[in-house]
Design a protein around this ligand. Structure first.
Ligand code: URA
Length: 233
């Protein structure tokens, strides 16, 4: 990577601002001042800008415990999840790997690496997603059988089989799906005449929401490519 690219990708300023700072001697690489904007750097190099250490990793992979009230896009004036990403973990082009509704909480993956996202979002990968769902009415045995057979939604859309795990409360279940359709969980329960009143995601593929990740906080995934998907058998 060129030094100017590495620093602007890390969100330290525009390419032009970065070049200016480099040529003015504000940047060091592995302890030595570097004034060449195209100086090649590796992710393992130690880079300082104006005395501050900069993480120059090209790609980042994050898990967030999404709070309610935040949207997963930046195309409205609403509060969005990107506002919750700490500055040192932020990268240009960061996006959500599969969106959650504004009122849905729990595990959200974010990255600036399209290949990683593809491994998770692509329908062919059958990536399992698990949600804890609180419903208005109790879930019946007929509901469970219908989910396990594969539901047909109100618009005639046929879904793949989904697994339901009951809890000690009749109106709280865990559901695991291997698709990611628009408002899928809410529409699934709506098709059974029920209503989701709380939706919380705990799993995406091999990633589980860590118990100690507080609501609204982010954590770096250090080894994202270790066997991303567990295939549905
Ligand atoms: N299904 C929904 O209905 N909403 C979400 O946010 C995720 C899955």
């Amino acid at each position: 990577m060129r030094l100017d690219f590495a620093l602007s990708n890390a969100g330290e300023g525009s390419r032009r601002e970065i070049r200016d700072m480099i040529t003015r001697g504000k940047v060091s690489v592995n302890g030595k001042e570097v004034r060449d904007v195209a100086f090649p750097v590796a992710e393992t190099d130690t880079v300082y800008l104006c005395g501050k250490k900069v993480d120059i990793r090209r790609y980042v992979y994050l898990m967030m415990n999404k709070p309610t009230g935040y949207v997963c896009t930046t195309d409205s004036n609403e509060r969005n999840v990107f506002e919750l990403v700490p500055e040192n973990l932020y990268r240009k082009g960061l996006f959500c790997v599969g969106r959650l509704d504004k009122d849905t909480t729990g595990l959200l993956l974010l990255t600036n690496d399209g290949n990683f996202a593809h491994e998770i979002i692509s329908p062919k990968k059958m990536c399992k997603k698990t949600y804890r769902v609180k419903l208005f009415y109790p879930v019946t045995d007929e509901d469970v059988s219908a989910f396990e057979r594969g539901l047909v939604l109100a618009n005639g859309e046929k879904l793949l089989p989904a697994d339901i795990d009951r809890t000690d409360k009749a109106n709280v279940v865990y559901i695991t799906v291997c698709e990611g359709k628009y408002h899928q969980i809410k529409r699934m329960f709506a098709s059974r005449g029920n209503k989701v009143i709380d939706l919380h995601r705990i799993r995406v593929g091999k990633y589980f929401l860590p118990e100690d990740l507080e609501t609204g906080k982010c954590r770096l995934i250090e080894t994202p490519f270790m066997e991303i998907i567990e295939k549905k058998s």
